[in-house]
Design a protein around this ligand. Structure first.
Ligand SMILES: C[S@@+](CC[C@H](N)C(=O)[O-])C[C@H]1O[C@@H](n2cnc3c(N)ncnc32)[C@H](O)[C@@H]1O
Length: 259
Protein backbone atom coordinates (compact mmCIF):
# COMPACT_ATOMS: atom_id res chain seq x y z
CA UNK A 1 0.00 0.00 0.00
CA UNK A 2 1.22 3.49 -0.90
CA UNK A 3 1.28 4.80 2.69
CA UNK A 4 2.95 1.88 4.40
CA UNK A 5 6.25 1.56 2.58
CA UNK A 6 9.03 1.41 5.18
CA UNK A 7 7.31 3.35 7.99
CA UNK A 8 9.87 3.34 10.88
CA UNK A 9 7.22 2.33 13.42
CA UNK A 10 9.56 1.26 16.26
CA UNK A 11 11.57 4.48 16.01
CA UNK A 12 8.43 6.62 15.97
CA UNK A 13 6.83 4.79 18.90
CA UNK A 14 10.04 5.29 20.91
CA UNK A 15 10.01 9.01 20.10
CA UNK A 16 6.33 9.32 21.02
CA UNK A 17 6.88 7.63 24.38
CA UNK A 18 9.79 9.97 25.19
CA UNK A 19 8.36 13.01 27.01
CA UNK A 20 11.46 15.07 26.08
CA UNK A 21 11.00 14.49 22.34
CA UNK A 22 9.27 17.33 20.48
CA UNK A 23 6.28 16.08 18.50
CA UNK A 24 4.83 18.83 16.32
CA UNK A 25 1.62 19.07 14.26
CA UNK A 26 3.56 18.34 11.05
CA UNK A 27 3.44 14.66 12.05
CA UNK A 28 -0.25 13.98 12.48
CA UNK A 29 -2.28 16.37 10.28
CA UNK A 30 -1.77 14.64 6.94
CA UNK A 31 -3.54 16.94 4.50
CA UNK A 32 -3.19 20.37 2.91
CA UNK A 33 -3.63 23.14 5.45
CA UNK A 34 -2.72 21.13 8.56
CA UNK A 35 -4.69 21.77 11.76
CA UNK A 36 -6.10 25.01 10.29
CA UNK A 37 -7.88 23.06 7.54
CA UNK A 38 -9.32 20.61 10.07
CA UNK A 39 -10.55 23.53 12.21
CA UNK A 40 -12.16 25.19 9.17
CA UNK A 41 -14.17 22.05 8.44
CA UNK A 42 -14.97 21.54 12.13
CA UNK A 43 -16.49 25.04 12.27
CA UNK A 44 -19.15 23.82 9.81
CA UNK A 45 -20.20 20.73 11.76
CA UNK A 46 -23.10 21.23 14.18
CA UNK A 47 -23.48 18.25 16.52
CA UNK A 48 -24.51 17.98 20.18
CA UNK A 49 -22.06 17.15 22.99
CA UNK A 50 -21.27 13.45 23.43
CA UNK A 51 -21.80 12.76 19.72
CA UNK A 52 -19.87 9.82 18.30
CA UNK A 53 -17.91 10.65 15.14
CA UNK A 54 -16.11 8.21 12.84
CA UNK A 55 -12.96 9.52 11.13
CA UNK A 56 -12.49 7.37 8.00
CA UNK A 57 -8.86 7.19 6.83
CA UNK A 58 -7.78 8.65 10.17
CA UNK A 59 -4.04 8.43 9.43
CA UNK A 60 -1.98 9.38 12.48
CA UNK A 61 -5.03 10.76 14.28
CA UNK A 62 -4.39 14.52 14.36
CA UNK A 63 -7.89 15.39 13.08
CA UNK A 64 -9.53 12.94 15.53
CA UNK A 65 -7.68 14.51 18.47
CA UNK A 66 -8.56 18.03 17.35
CA UNK A 67 -12.25 17.07 17.10
CA UNK A 68 -12.19 15.39 20.52
CA UNK A 69 -10.51 18.33 22.25
CA UNK A 70 -12.38 21.17 20.52
CA UNK A 71 -15.81 19.60 21.02
CA UNK A 72 -17.03 17.18 23.63
CA UNK A 73 -17.24 14.31 21.13
CA UNK A 74 -16.11 10.71 21.12
CA UNK A 75 -14.04 9.99 17.99
CA UNK A 76 -13.25 6.60 16.47
CA UNK A 77 -10.63 6.49 13.71
CA UNK A 78 -10.38 3.74 11.13
CA UNK A 79 -7.52 3.38 8.65
CA UNK A 80 -6.33 0.81 6.13
CA UNK A 81 -2.78 1.01 7.52
CA UNK A 82 -2.50 -0.86 10.88
CA UNK A 83 0.86 0.83 11.51
CA UNK A 84 -0.79 4.24 11.30
CA UNK A 85 -3.39 3.11 13.84
CA UNK A 86 -0.64 2.02 16.26
CA UNK A 87 1.10 5.39 15.93
CA UNK A 88 -2.23 7.25 16.25
CA UNK A 89 -3.04 5.33 19.46
CA UNK A 90 0.41 6.12 20.90
CA UNK A 91 0.00 9.82 20.08
CA UNK A 92 -3.41 9.82 21.80
CA UNK A 93 -1.92 8.13 24.86
CA UNK A 94 0.82 10.79 24.95
CA UNK A 95 -1.84 13.53 24.74
CA UNK A 96 -3.95 11.79 27.43
CA UNK A 97 -6.77 11.38 24.92
CA UNK A 98 -7.07 7.59 24.85
CA UNK A 99 -10.52 7.75 26.44
CA UNK A 100 -11.91 10.14 23.79
CA UNK A 101 -10.14 8.79 20.69
CA UNK A 102 -9.68 5.18 19.58
CA UNK A 103 -8.22 3.80 16.35
CA UNK A 104 -8.61 0.52 14.53
CA UNK A 105 -7.53 -0.94 11.21
CA UNK A 106 -10.19 -1.33 8.53
CA UNK A 107 -11.14 -0.65 4.94
CA UNK A 108 -13.37 2.32 4.16
CA UNK A 109 -15.24 0.13 1.68
CA UNK A 110 -16.05 -2.52 4.34
CA UNK A 111 -16.23 -0.67 7.64
CA UNK A 112 -16.13 -2.91 10.73
CA UNK A 113 -19.13 -1.16 12.35
CA UNK A 114 -22.86 -1.76 12.72
CA UNK A 115 -25.46 0.16 10.73
CA UNK A 116 -26.30 3.62 12.07
CA UNK A 117 -23.69 3.54 14.87
CA UNK A 118 -22.32 7.07 14.41
CA UNK A 119 -23.75 10.58 14.52
CA UNK A 120 -21.34 11.74 11.82
CA UNK A 121 -18.59 10.55 9.51
CA UNK A 122 -15.52 12.68 8.87
CA UNK A 123 -13.02 12.13 6.06
CA UNK A 124 -10.04 14.26 4.98
CA UNK A 125 -7.83 13.51 1.97
CA UNK A 126 -8.72 9.82 1.68
CA UNK A 127 -11.06 9.57 -1.30
CA UNK A 128 -8.22 10.32 -3.75
CA UNK A 129 -7.11 6.72 -3.11
CA UNK A 130 -10.56 5.22 -3.62
CA UNK A 131 -11.74 4.33 -7.12
CA UNK A 132 -15.10 2.86 -6.06
CA UNK A 133 -16.62 6.18 -5.01
CA UNK A 134 -20.26 5.05 -5.10
CA UNK A 135 -19.46 2.11 -2.80
CA UNK A 136 -17.43 4.42 -0.53
CA UNK A 137 -20.13 7.05 0.01
CA UNK A 138 -22.82 4.36 0.40
CA UNK A 139 -20.71 2.60 3.05
CA UNK A 140 -20.30 5.90 4.95
CA UNK A 141 -24.10 6.34 4.83
CA UNK A 142 -24.60 2.82 6.19
CA UNK A 143 -22.74 3.48 9.46
CA UNK A 144 -24.40 6.86 10.17
CA UNK A 145 -27.80 7.23 11.87
CA UNK A 146 -30.67 8.80 9.90
CA UNK A 147 -30.23 12.58 10.09
CA UNK A 148 -26.47 12.16 10.70
CA UNK A 149 -23.76 14.14 8.91
CA UNK A 150 -20.82 13.59 6.57
CA UNK A 151 -17.90 16.08 6.59
CA UNK A 152 -15.49 15.99 3.65
CA UNK A 153 -12.23 17.78 2.83
CA UNK A 154 -10.80 16.44 -0.43
CA UNK A 155 -8.59 17.29 -3.35
CA UNK A 156 -10.29 17.36 -6.77
CA UNK A 157 -8.99 17.58 -10.31
CA UNK A 158 -9.91 20.59 -12.44
CA UNK A 159 -11.65 19.82 -15.75
CA UNK A 160 -9.85 20.31 -19.08
CA UNK A 161 -6.35 20.80 -17.64
CA UNK A 162 -3.10 19.01 -18.43
CA UNK A 163 -2.18 15.74 -16.65
CA UNK A 164 -0.97 15.93 -13.04
CA UNK A 165 2.69 15.76 -12.16
CA UNK A 166 3.54 12.71 -10.01
CA UNK A 167 4.49 11.67 -7.37
CA UNK A 168 1.99 13.46 -5.10
CA UNK A 169 1.46 12.62 -1.40
CA UNK A 170 -1.34 10.11 -2.09
CA UNK A 171 0.17 8.41 -5.14
CA UNK A 172 3.60 7.80 -6.58
CA UNK A 173 2.08 6.92 -9.97
CA UNK A 174 -1.03 8.00 -11.87
CA UNK A 175 -2.58 4.52 -11.61
CA UNK A 176 -2.81 4.80 -7.80
CA UNK A 177 -4.61 8.15 -7.95
CA UNK A 178 -8.42 8.17 -8.27
CA UNK A 179 -9.31 11.80 -8.79
CA UNK A 180 -12.71 13.23 -9.69
CA UNK A 181 -13.78 16.79 -10.48
CA UNK A 182 -15.68 18.88 -7.92
CA UNK A 183 -18.87 18.37 -9.95
CA UNK A 184 -18.38 14.60 -9.99
CA UNK A 185 -17.62 14.56 -6.25
CA UNK A 186 -20.92 16.23 -5.45
CA UNK A 187 -22.78 13.97 -7.88
CA UNK A 188 -21.28 10.77 -6.46
CA UNK A 189 -21.99 11.72 -2.82
CA UNK A 190 -25.59 12.71 -3.53
CA UNK A 191 -26.08 9.60 -5.72
CA UNK A 192 -25.17 7.55 -2.61
CA UNK A 193 -28.11 9.09 -0.78
CA UNK A 194 -26.63 12.14 1.00
CA UNK A 195 -28.15 15.64 0.83
CA UNK A 196 -25.64 18.47 0.38
CA UNK A 197 -26.07 21.46 2.62
CA UNK A 198 -22.61 23.08 2.80
CA UNK A 199 -20.27 23.22 -0.20
CA UNK A 200 -17.17 25.43 -0.16
CA UNK A 201 -14.36 25.76 -2.66
CA UNK A 202 -11.11 25.74 -0.63
CA UNK A 203 -8.77 25.84 -3.65
CA UNK A 204 -7.29 29.28 -2.91
CA UNK A 205 -6.76 28.45 0.77
CA UNK A 206 -5.04 25.17 -0.23
CA UNK A 207 -2.90 26.76 -2.95
CA UNK A 208 -1.77 29.59 -0.67
CA UNK A 209 -0.97 27.21 2.21
CA UNK A 210 1.13 25.03 -0.11
CA UNK A 211 2.90 28.06 -1.56
CA UNK A 212 3.81 29.39 1.86
CA UNK A 213 4.80 26.16 3.58
CA UNK A 214 8.43 25.26 4.15
CA UNK A 215 9.11 22.72 1.41
CA UNK A 216 12.86 22.24 1.43
CA UNK A 217 13.18 19.96 4.45
CA UNK A 218 11.17 18.58 7.32
CA UNK A 219 11.00 20.33 10.69
CA UNK A 220 12.76 19.12 13.85
CA UNK A 221 11.21 16.07 15.52
CA UNK A 222 9.36 13.32 13.68
CA UNK A 223 7.27 14.56 10.76
CA UNK A 224 5.49 13.19 7.73
CA UNK A 225 8.88 13.03 6.02
CA UNK A 226 9.70 10.13 8.38
CA UNK A 227 6.47 8.39 7.48
CA UNK A 228 6.57 8.85 3.72
CA UNK A 229 10.30 8.65 3.01
CA UNK A 230 12.84 10.65 1.06
CA UNK A 231 10.54 11.54 -1.83
CA UNK A 232 8.03 13.38 0.40
CA UNK A 233 9.59 16.76 -0.41
CA UNK A 234 9.19 16.05 -4.12
CA UNK A 235 5.57 14.93 -3.54
CA UNK A 236 4.69 18.17 -1.74
CA UNK A 237 6.49 20.30 -4.37
CA UNK A 238 4.54 18.55 -7.14
CA UNK A 239 1.33 19.00 -5.17
CA UNK A 240 2.02 22.73 -4.86
CA UNK A 241 2.84 23.01 -8.58
CA UNK A 242 -0.33 21.11 -9.55
CA UNK A 243 -2.33 23.65 -7.49
CA UNK A 244 -0.42 26.71 -8.72
CA UNK A 245 -0.98 25.58 -12.34
CA UNK A 246 -4.72 25.25 -11.65
CA UNK A 247 -4.83 21.48 -12.21
CA UNK A 248 -6.01 20.68 -8.69
CA UNK A 249 -8.57 22.21 -6.35
CA UNK A 250 -9.90 21.47 -2.87
CA UNK A 251 -13.46 21.12 -1.60
CA UNK A 252 -14.86 21.11 1.93
CA UNK A 253 -18.46 20.01 2.27
CA UNK A 254 -21.04 18.79 4.74
CA UNK A 255 -23.85 16.40 3.73
CA UNK A 256 -26.81 15.06 5.66
CA UNK A 257 -28.30 11.59 5.60
CA UNK A 258 -32.09 11.89 5.19
CA UNK A 259 -33.91 11.28 8.49
C1 LIG B 1 -3.37 11.61 3.23
S1 LIG B 1 -3.71 10.52 4.53
C2 LIG B 1 -4.91 11.45 5.48
C3 LIG B 1 -4.94 11.03 6.92
C4 LIG B 1 -5.89 11.84 7.80
N1 LIG B 1 -7.24 11.83 7.27
C5 LIG B 1 -5.42 13.25 7.95
O1 LIG B 1 -5.98 14.12 7.28
O2 LIG B 1 -4.49 13.50 8.74
C6 LIG B 1 -4.75 9.29 3.75
C7 LIG B 1 -5.10 8.16 4.68
O3 LIG B 1 -6.14 7.36 4.08
C8 LIG B 1 -5.89 6.02 4.39
N2 LIG B 1 -6.63 5.19 3.43
C9 LIG B 1 -6.45 5.10 2.08
N3 LIG B 1 -7.32 4.24 1.54
C10 LIG B 1 -8.09 3.77 2.57
C11 LIG B 1 -9.17 2.84 2.67
N4 LIG B 1 -9.64 2.19 1.58
N5 LIG B 1 -9.70 2.60 3.87
C12 LIG B 1 -9.24 3.22 4.99
N6 LIG B 1 -8.21 4.11 4.96
C13 LIG B 1 -7.65 4.38 3.77
C14 LIG B 1 -4.39 5.89 4.30
O4 LIG B 1 -3.89 4.74 4.95
C15 LIG B 1 -3.94 7.19 4.95
O5 LIG B 1 -3.79 7.06 6.33
Amino acid sequence: MHYESDVPVGELLADISDPDQIIGPTLDQFHIGGATATARLLDLLELPDASHVLDVGSGLGGPARLLATTRDWQVTGVDLAPEFCRIASALSARAELSAQTTFCAGDALHLPFANGLFDAVWTEHVAMNIGARDDFYRELARVVRPGGLLAIYDVVVVENTSPLTFPVPWARKAEHSHMVTAKMLRERVTYAGWNAYIWNDESIFARDWLTNMRLAKGPAGPSLHHIMGDDFSLMTRNLRDNFVDGRLGAIQAVFEKPA
